[in-house]
Design a protein around this ligand. Structure first.
Ligand code: PNS
Length: 176
């Protein structure tokens, strides 16, 4: 039988323990999970470059033999097709995520009916964690060490030491 490959797409700026939790859950049910970072995200200037995010994700998932980190541009379904993936994995933390995720899943189904979207819930302790909140809390000096992988803490601290945090975290990210 052909191996089942799924794509776990996202912006991952930065990766959180919620992302990792979902990666570990997904990796248990498919043969190969491709964690795919969107290169041209329409979310303003990212805090970390795509290469930095890929390095952080690789470091945080190096213990998982069936997880690969890649980047993509353009339509997710086209990338999934190129990768020979049958499914897209997405996390739902709360009902508030549902509407956006449902729309995206339906649009992806319209674009390619052969690709299924799988939804999984992260552990309850991560249901409030988002990359956006992590950046805001860290910028204000809050402790985020339980919420992101150690490699992300290191990178955030390095930005702080270089005094690059304030200029890189844009006003719209300052939600706390
Ligand atoms: O981490 P995010 O920002 O919630 O991830 C969003 C992502 C990358 C999954 C989504 O923006 C995406 O798939 N973009 C690629 C463009 C695309 O395929 N659009 C059509 C689907 S609505």
């Amino acid at each position: 039988m052909e191996p089942i490959r799924a794509i776990y797409p996202g912006t991952f700026d930065p990766p959180t323990n919620g992302h990792l939790d979902l990666i570990m859950r997904g990796a248990k049910i498919v043969d190969e999970l491709v964690v795919a970072i969107l290169r041209n995200a329409d979310k303003g200037e990212p805090l970390f470059s795509v290469a930095e995010r890929a390095e952080m994700l690789r470091a945080a998932t190096s213990h998982l033999g069936n997880v690969r980190v890649a980047t993509f541009d353009g339509l997710l379904v086209e990338f999934a097709r190129r990768e020979g993936a049958k499914a897209v994995l997405r996390g739902i933390r709360a009902i508030s995520d549902y509407e956006y995720e449902f729309q995206m899943a339906m649009m992806n189904r319209k674009l390619d009916p052969e690709i299924e979207t799988l939804f999984m819930m992260p552990a309850e302790k991560y249901t409030y964690v988002s990359s956006r909140l992590i950046k805001g809390v860290f910028r204000l000096g809050g402790d985020i060490t339980q919420l992101v992988p150690p490699v992300v803490v290191e990178r955030l601290n390095a930005l702080k030491e270089k005094n690059e945090l304030k200029e890189k975290i844009e006003p719209e990210m300052k939600m706390v």
